[in-house]
Write a protein that binds this ligand. Structure first.
Ligand SMILES: CC(C)(COP(=O)(O)OP(=O)(O)OC[C@H]1O[C@@H](n2cnc3c(N)ncnc32)[C@H](O)[C@@H]1OP(=O)(O)O)[C@@H](O)C(=O)NCCC(=O)NCCS
Length: 178
């Protein structure tokens, strides 16, 4: 795959673009929102969010894939962020699908649209063999997104000192359409 091919891609309703410093204000609003913090961990300060953005930029530079900023087509309004990210899960290096949307856009299938595109990019473009996705047991909406994107429950894990449920998807299952 050409390095940079995933920098900007489109789904039916979303424009996905590699995270940039210019996205910071939108990210600050997202990560300080108590409704998002309720499942994603404590609300972040502007400085903490700046670090999140820098990490996302560095991830793209190192790996050629990463988290996108998701904007509504065609208005360009900020919808959230999500995509692919390297993660250590119980000592094993994995690639995860991650997503967090602005509450105004919840309940429209947009996280699922983003997750499905992330899966396609991972298996069709990057030729990854496997992907994981994980969340806390209480985050049923996130688990539903995983299921709709083709992930299957694998096991309970501890991540960041908290109980999580781990879901997995494989290129083989994706190609077979199961
Ligand atoms: C979790 C999140 C990404 C879902 O985004 P979304 O765009 O609303 O998701 P979708 O509309 O694509 O799908 C949500 C699904 O969960 C279901 N759902 C929502 N709340 C639910 C609940 N409390 N219990 C069970 N299912 C629930 C919806 O009905 C829908 O399933 P359906 O299509 O079968 O009806 C969004 O709420 C979010 O960004 N939350 C904050 C950050 C976060 O928790 N990220 C995930 C961390 S792992």
């Amino acid at each position: 795959m050409r390095f940079g091919a995933l920098d900007e891609i489109y789904t039916r309703r979303l424009a996905l673009r590699r995270t940039r410093r210019g996205d910071l204000d939108d990210y600050v609003r997202l990560f300080r929102d108590p409704r998002v913090a309720a499942t994603l961990g404590p609300a972040r300060s502007a400085a903490q969010t700046a670090e999140i953005v820098e990490n996302a930029i560095a991830h793209w530079q190192e790996h050629g894939f990463g988290l996108w900023t998701a904007r509504d087509r065609p208005s360009g309004a900020f919808v959230g962020r999500g995509g692919l990210r390297k993660a250590m899960v119980e000592g094993r290096s994995e690639v995860e699908v991650a997503y967090a949307l602005t509450p105004e856009y919840w309940g429209r299938g947009l996280a699922t649209e983003l997750a499905i595109e992330s899966v396609r990019a991972a298996f069709a473009e990057l030729q990854l063999a496997e992907l994981v996705c994980f969340t806390t047991p209480a985050n049923r909406a996130s688990q539903r997104v995983m299921e709709k994107a083709g992930f299957r429950y694998e096991r309970d894990i501890t991540h960041a000192d908290l109980p999580h449920v781990l879901y997995r998807h494989t290129q083989q299952a994706w190609e077979a359409g199961i």
